[in-house]
Design a protein around this ligand. Structure first.
Ligand code: ADP
Ligand code: MG
Length: 238
């Protein structure tokens, strides 16, 4: 059974169809990277999996259960956004605790879960600060901490590192790889950075105008691109 399954998934905004009959089966624990030019539908696909966007057709399952009509809070997943989306008036601790509190989790368990996540992401010393008092890299760590606090079975990342400078991007890429090794959660990761895609992915999905051009292991795509588009995107010698 796939951890996340998309069958003939479609999305239209009015008359504009932006996702065309996409089929993807994502294995449990897999790190799947979505790449493609700006506007090709990467964020839309991710937002549909998260439940932040309705799907216009097809079937979406998580953990073997069809979730087409389920709200985000009932899907066992967490999303990390490019702009971090932290609550500005809440401390780091409150930001991280928020999702658990909303679920009515016992105070003691909230505390220990936040402490554990803060430990993993090395943000213990930042817990009482407000987001405005953090650097970009620290904010990204908090956003990741907030995602792992609930120990979801899957993570969705939408270009999480694109607002960071080059050095921090490398540091956080290694951090994400380590985190994945440790948590083994199914991950769908959108990026336009070839290095991120090649180094993090078990498989890469190359999208173009709402359709999948090719899906495969990084080296397979690199050595056996099925189109010029994929070759150019992956940076294969042509
Ligand atoms: P990507 O993340 O790959 O850059 P998006 O998923 O954001 O692409 O967008 C895919 C297409 O859908 C684009 O043409 C975009 O303009 C369009 N789109 C995205 N969100 C909306 C919306 N809320 N209303 C109308 N069109 C949208
Ligand atoms: Mg996007």
């Amino acid at each position: 059974m796939s951890a996340i399954s998309l069958r003939q998934v479609r999305k239209s905004y009015g008359a504009l169809q932006v996702i065309h009959d996409v089929d993807i089966e994502i294995d449990s624990g897999e790190f799947l990277v979505l790449v493609g030019p700006s506007g090709c539908g990467k964020s839309t696909l991710l937002r549909m999996i998260a439940g932040l966007e309705d799907i216009s057709g097809g079937e979406l399952s998580i953990g073997g259960k069809v979730v087409n009509a389920l709200p985000p809070s009932d899907r066992d997943i967490a999303m990390v956004f490019q702009d971090y989306a932290l609550y500005p008036h809440m401390s780091v601790r409150e930001n991280m605790a928020f999702g658990l509190k909303m679920r009515g989790t016992e105070e003691k368990i909230v505390e220990s879960s936040v402490a554990k996540a803060a430990d993993i992401l090395k943000i213990q010393s930042l817990l009482d600060r407000l987001p405005a008092q953090l650097s970009g890299g620290q904010r990204q760590r908090v956003a990741m901490g907030r995602a792992i606090v609930r120990e979801p079975s899957a993570f969705l990342f939408d270009e999480p590192l694109s607002n960071l400078d080059a050095a921090l991007r490398i540091e956080m890429r290694l951090e994400i790889a380590k985190l994945h090794k440790r948590m083994k959660a199914t991950t769908v990761y959108v990026t336009h950075d070839q290095v991120e895609a090649m180094t993090l992915a078990d498989r890469i999905v190359v999208m173009n105008r709402g359709v999948i051009e090719q899906i495969g292991a990084p080296l397979d795509l690199y050595h056996k691109p099925e189109s010029l588009f994929v070759a150019r995107f992956i940076g294969s010698p042509t």
